[in-house]
Design a protein around this ligand. Structure first.
Ligand code: SF4
Length: 760
């Protein structure tokens, strides 16, 4: 966090910089000098190089950062990009009160892709309760003008979200409605800074008023279908499932935030300014000390020590993995330092336990057919789409799969005896273990199977309804439920989706019974008894678990056995031998490293949505080949290549198709009645309009990758230019077609914003 200006044009009475214990701002320069910006950039680049960081995030902050003026802002951004980008991808952000945000400032921010967060506490009355000028006048109207600039199509991709500080005097639902009206891509709710010495105000008899306030807002947000991510709530949902918190305010992730003040002093995060005068200080300065020295200070070591650094009461707390003792500064008490629970302990506990008792939020989609939230169009249209947005898209896909399954399960024809016997168990399994049901149904090759079952007219071969029994058996195994499911073996194999394949060697039965329980499962048939332990890897007699890769932090199936994987425009390869699987795994591992290096923004969405990679047959033409199928969200088919750089491009390219296909399942972006075809740069044959849209979206990402490569390697510039020109030209075709729907226009505006940001 770079404090480029240490004064503010507002005088909010809850501001921790000016109104709390720390007053060091009085002795600092108002503006960070060019020399200090350069020294800070050098230190960041040095640290990124030492640790081979693929990406660093720099947030311009203050005071009010836009008080530096246009020239200083431009110079700061240029220095940061020039110095850091040769070493690591640079994600630039800014936190502002929005008052000085106009179109000429937005042009500067656009040219450097700076994501802008705006502070706003609600509607006019709620906001102006605290966010006022020194003369007492409110700031709401001016901030709203800044937000209106960010909502213009040209600048929408810069709009990061709104940061709102909670005030119990404001009604939570009214605050939510006022903030939602500004269409923020993300919301952040901040508990007002407090310590045990300076506890949060608790007017009234409610012992946990902050939890009550937040839960009121949470209820309304759920009711609205969660139109935008709210970090506090998403963090609790994520840590509930063992994921990271994504914020230093909750959880036990090790914090990675450090502040550089206008005079170059390294400081701990700003919330420490609420603790005591000088409490945030480290005594180190970018002109003399590197980031390594900051990390080695006792204060930074303590705040980064995770569970071990928490108070005894926190370490035994049932929600410690989700709460993590709250924000470090909020634990402070004179005499005891930070060895305390949070001053918000009771509220945090009440909030987390109440949310934990509610159904998992991801079981309910945020979008219905025909109702893609406009913010999704902005977020995905700009290229990547973050992890929360991709998870929402996956939830919408899961809802479609559930609907198709219900259609098949409730309309079984006479004679489908295995399916009819298994189907009633789905309800009970859903109640017992909704996560197991979701895990199996989210497998990308469930829906292609359902699509074949629902194909109208007489079918040859007949619909494979026996697979329903395999699906129920797989859910029961994942749930650890005590259940016997009779199943059929087709062509001598039993496939339990997401779990594995059994090809018995000792006999060749056509029927078997899968018996699941807490300790794994058995498959029994005449002459066959296979026992598979809870790890799914035990067992003999032809059981082979589904191959799984670990790409980044996420598990992805190397799916070479599912009978419905052959849904791409090139045939799927035969199941891999173990040595071939190891070769694939190594190649994909290298490709993933390159995705993270060259397309870190896309990597986040891939990690959240990519579920399966299926080997395809290599063609005689030697050309590299990859594919997606509209019914198989989250699956990518790839013909083997040892070229990991090409493989990285294919993964990103194909996942763009997967995301766009999922959006198109919900809403048309082009007029389906338009049957014209259009010339595009990347193919010899003219394409229908939806094909142009798909190609534009995929090539936008490819251009982004080559742009990143061109920064390091001049020989990549020509390739980048080729993809850039194809994308820009195809975007012109789309916008000139007159056949984009209103949602399509919005999506195209976001695409255009991304293309504009490239400049020359
Ligand atoms: S709820 Fe309280 S005791 Fe539990 S981890 Fe959070 S601050 Fe500590």
């Amino acid at each position: 966090m770079l404090k480029i200006h240490s004064r503010c044009n507002l005088a909010c009475d809850h501001c921790y910089v000016y109104e709390h214990a720390d007053q060091t701002w009085r002795d600092r320069p108002a503006v960070m000098s060019a020399e200090t910006v350069q020294a800070a950039a050098d230190r960041i680049a040095e640290h990124a190089a030492r640790h081979a960081l693929r990406q660093v995030h720099v947030v311009l902050h203050g005071g009010e950062p836009l008080l530096v003026g246009a020239d200083r802002l431009r110079d700061t951004l240029e220095r940061l990009r020039r110095t850091i980008e040769p070493v690591a991808a640079l994600d630039l952000g800014m936190q502002t009160n929005g008052i000085r945000l106009n179109e000429s400032v937005a042009e500067i921010l656009l040219s450097h892709s700076v994501k802008v967060g705006v502070s706003l506490d609600g509607g006019p009355a709620a906001n102006d309760l605290r966010r006022r000028y020194r003369n007492g006048a409110g700031s709401y109207e001016q901030t709203l003008r800044g937000l209106a600039v960010l909502r213009l199509p040209r600048y929408r991709t810069l709009y990061a979200g709104i940061l709102c500080t909670i005030d119990l005097r404001n009604d939570p639902v009214a605050v939510y409605e006022a903030l939602a009206a500004q269409e923020p891509p993300h919301l952040d709710l901040l508990l007002p800074h407090a310590t045990w010495d300076r506890p949060p105000p608790r007017p009234g008899p409610d012992p946990t008023p902050y939890a009550s306030w937040l839960l009121g807002l949470h209820r309304r947000w759920l009711h609205d279908g969660r139109p935008m991510p709210i970090r506090l709530f998403d963090s609790i949902a994520s840590t509930r499932q063992g994921g990271g918190s994504g914020t230093e305010a909750l959880g036990i992730d090790v914090g990675d935030l450090v502040v550089i003040e206008t005079d170059g002093e390294w400081e701990q995060p700003d919330s420490m300014k609420t603790v005591a005068h000088g409490a945030a200080g480290t005594g180190l300065n970018v002109h003399a000390h590197d980031a390594e020295a900051v990390l080695a200070t006792p204060a930074m070591r303590h705040r980064r020590s995770g569970l071990a650094g928490l108070a005894a009461q926190c370490r035994v707390c049932p929600v410690v993995a989700q709460c993590g003792g709250g924000l470090y500064a909020h634990r402070y008490r004179s005499g005891a330092g930070f060895d305390n629970p949070s001053a918000y302990c009771a509220d945090l506990k009440a909030l987390i336990t109440t949310m934990n008792a509610q159904p998992q939020p991801q079981t309910r989609p945020a979008a219905a057919i025909g109702e893609v939230p406009p913010l999704w169009l902005d977020e995905f249209g700009s290229g990547p789409g973050g992890a929360p947005a991709v998870r929402e898209l996956a939830a919408a896909q899961l809802a479609i799969t559930r609907a198709l399954l219900a259609h098949v399960g409730t309309g079984l024809p006479p004679g489908a005896e295995l399916a009819a016997a298994a189907w009633p168990a789905v309800d009970a399994l859903e109640r017992q273990s909704p996560g197991a049901v979701a895990d199996v149904l989210a497998h990308p090759y469930i829906r292609p199977w359902l699509a074949t079952c629902l194909r109208p007219g007489p079918q040859d071969p007949p619909a494979d309804l026996d697979r329903l029994a395999e699906l129920v058996a797989a859910i029961a195994v994942r749930a650890g439920a005590e259940l016997d499911v009779p199943v059929a073996l087709r062509a001598g194999r039993l496939h339990l989706p997401t779990l594995g394949t059994l090809v018995p060697r000792s006999a060749h039965p056509t029927r078997a019974v899968v018996s699941s329980g807490r300790d794994g499962f058995t498959v029994k048939a005449p002459g066959v008894l296979v026992e598979v332990g809870p790890g799914l890897a035990d067992g003999a007699d032809g059981w082979r678990p589904t191959r799984t890769l670990t790409l980044g932090a996420g598990a992805v199936f190397l799916e070479d056995a599912d009978p419905y994987r052959d849904c791409f425009d090139r045939r799927a390869a035969a199941p891999l031998t173990d040595p071939a699987a190891r070769t694939w795994s190594a190649s994909l591992d290298q490709a993933w490293t390159l995705v993270q290096r060259d397309a870190p923004d896309y990597a986040e969405g891939l990690r959240a949505g990519l579920r399966a990679i299926t080997p395809l047959r290599s063609g005689r033409d030697e050309a590299m080949h990859s594919a997606t199928a509209r019914d198989a969200f989250g699956a990518v088919g790839v013909a083997y290549t040892a070229d990991s750089a090409a493989l990285a491009v294919m993964l990103v390219h194909e996942f763009q198709h997967s995301k766009l296909g999922a959006i198109l399942d919900l809403q048309d972006l082009t007029d389906p009645a338009d049957r014209r075809t259009f010339a595009v740069g990347w193919r010899d044959d003219p394409r229908p309009l939806e094909g142009v849209l798909q190609g534009t979206y995929a090539h936008l990402a490819v251009a982004d990758i080559w742009r990143a490569r061109a920064r390091r390697d001049p020989s990549a510039v020509a390739v980048y230019r080729m993809y850039r020109d194809w994308t820009a030209a195809a975007l012109g075709v789309l916008r000139g077609s007159g056949s984009l729907t209103a949602a399509g226009e919005r999506f195209a505006d976001a695409l255009a914003g991304a293309v504009d940001r490239w400049g020359d």
